[in-house]
Write a protein that binds this ligand. Structure first.
Ligand code: AHM
Ligand code: MG
Length: 358
């Protein structure tokens, strides 16, 4: 028994002993020094998001014990209506951004119109944050990983926070100043980019801190995994059908067949492919001509991250980050992951198949 306790102490000392791991907060402050004119507002915004993520993480970890599944219609002990967990997560992120005062406009999958926040006299409120508070929430009831995805923009020049309207959020993804996701998985991680590489932090639950565990993440140029809901095959365009058959061939260069991995929870599928190499596809189809995933708070932030990690993202034809959004909840087809795999998928869609294909 004593021995177990001793080894546990050693492991704990190693995992967050002095100087070994940087906390998210320390890392953000260190990064801020690279920008001489930084006011700290962006750092405070990231801190606000990470605090909300910790609260959502706590609720998800207890989801099986709390009566938070589905639309309960119940009233809780505080007299509040019990909410589905995705709505509770939405409220948590809105509250954190409202308290922090650096954000003047929120777009969320859980809110149809966009939310204009009052900014504090002592803060500038010059950021716009778009998020999917709990992506893949239909998986919570079966204990599968879910995630939060967020995208950050500056308020466009010439607009004051008090005059902001939802149109200010309709900027192409190339204008993002930050993007990230939180995966509530076997461990909880926050992964983000500000355009200078991708950094992953793992939540150390016993001290409640995100610790830098994955500095400067890069994704393999060529992976071996493909992730797609093949149940929709009959509605896929011909080029995509041929690409799937090409991936399933027994062949070399690159070595195939590839393996299918599809959780049906975008953040989890994306995170696995980012680390191991692969392609995630949710295409526009004959049945859903605009695709399923949302451009502003699903495709754009993940596209920013994957490009920073050396990968590629398009709708099959156009780079995701260059698409001009027309509406907050607009959908898009999405091909995202290892560069060589996305390039090849795009070539198949253009019908440029190599002569040896099927
Ligand atoms: P949601 O935002 O309503 O949770 O839907 C998005 C989810 C993604 O996490 C996942 O990649 C996709 O829907 C799965 O869709 P499907 O069940 O059609 O394969
Ligand atoms: Mg979603």
């Amino acid at each position: 028994m004593e021995q177990v306790m001793e080894s546990e102490t050693v492991v704990r000392a190693k995992s967050f002993g002095p100087g070994r791991f940087q906390t998210l907060e320390q890392f953000i402050i260190a990064q801020q020094h690279r920008f001489p004119h930084a006011t700290g507002a962006f750092s405070r915004l990231l801190r606000d998001l990470s605090v909300a993520a910790k609260i959502v993480n706590r609720d998800i970890r207890r989801a099986g014990l709390l009566d938070v599944f589905g639309d309960t219609g119940e009233v809780n002990i505080q007299g509040e209506q019990q909410q589905k967990l995705d709505l509770a997560a939405h409220n948590e992120f809105v509250r954190a951004l409202q308290r922090g005062g650096e954000c003047c406009l929120i777009g969320s999958e859980e809110d149809e119109h966009g939310i204009i926040l009052e900014t504090h006299p002592e803060s500038e409120g010059k950021y716009i944050v778009l998020f999917d508070p709990l992506d893949g929430s239909s998986n919570i009831d079966v204990n599968v990983s879910v995630g939060t995805i967020f995208s950050i923009y500056h308020l466009p020049e010439g607009i004051e926070p008090r005059d902001v309207s939802v149109e200010a959020a309709l900027q192409p993804g190339v204008e993002q100043v930050g993007a990230g996701y939180v995966i509530y998985g076997s461990s909880t991680m926050l992964v983000y980019t500000t355009g200078d590489g991708v950094y992953g932090f793992t939540l150390e639950p016993s001290i409640g801190e995100f610790l830098l565990s994955h500095p400067r993440l890069q994704t393999p140029k060529q992976g071996k995994l493909y992730s797609i809901n093949e149940g929709n095959y009959v509605w896929f365009e011909e080029g995509l059908k041929r690409y799937i058959k090409w991936m399933q061939r027994n062949a070399d260069e690159p070595k195939r067949p590839f393996s299918t991995r599809y959780i049906g929870s975008f953040v989890a599928d994306f995170h696995r492919n980012l680390l191991k190499g692969g392609i995630f596809i949710y295409p526009a189809t004959a049945k859903n001509p605009s695709g399923k995933l949302r451009l502003m708070y699903e495709a754009n932030p993940m596209a920013f991250i994957i490009e920073q990690a050396g990968g590629r993202a398009s709708d099959g034809h156009t780079r995701i980050l260059e698409k001009q959004p027309q509406a907050l909840h607009e959908r898009t087809g999405l091909f995202i992951g290892s560069e060589a795999m996305v390039l090849r998928a795009e070539a198949f869609l253009r019908d440029e198949r190599p002569p040896d294909i099927l």
